[in-house]
Design a protein around this ligand. Structure first.
Ligand code: AMP
Length: 112
């Protein structure tokens, strides 16, 4: 099923894009929860983390690698948080997997 994020990939709706390659897209979150808050998404439309398969293992690594590389570029060397909300209890609202990267403020635990 096509989501909002497919529309961002296809440039049908605008986003502040940070990085793109053949596998992933990264863009600033529209409702930032920290001074740095961007999302890294696969171009492949996978609904939730529960839907990944063996063949997606490399893609997941690429998402995480991209997250840390861009976090450094955004000045988060002193720390940041990555989050992948999954399904209803996980607080997921857009059903196209995405890694949140949050930084430039002190994070607390436990999360809400
Ligand atoms: P989640 O609740 O984990 O599914 O995260 C979805 C995220 O997408 C939220 O943090 C939203 O603020 C963000 N979001 C929704 N629409 C857009 C958009 N058009 N551009 C950028 N981020 C968006």
């Amino acid at each position: 099923m096509e989501t909002l994020f497919t529309k961002i990939i296809n440039r049908e709706i605008p986003a502040r894009i940070l990085y793109e390659d053949d596998q992933v897209l990264a863009f600033h979150d529209i409702a930032p929860q920290a001074p740095v808050h961007f999302l890294v998404i696969p171009k492949k439309p996978i609904a939730t983390l529960n839907d990944v398969t063996e063949e997606d293992k490399g893609l997941l690594g690429h998402i995480l690698f991209t997250a840390q590389r861009l976090a450094k570029e955004q000045g988060c060397e002193d720390g940041f948080r990555v989050v992948m909300n999954t399904n209803e209890n996980g607080g997921q609202t857009v059903y196209h997997i995405h890694m949140h990267v949050l930084g430039k403020r002190q994070m607390t635990w436990p999360p809400g």
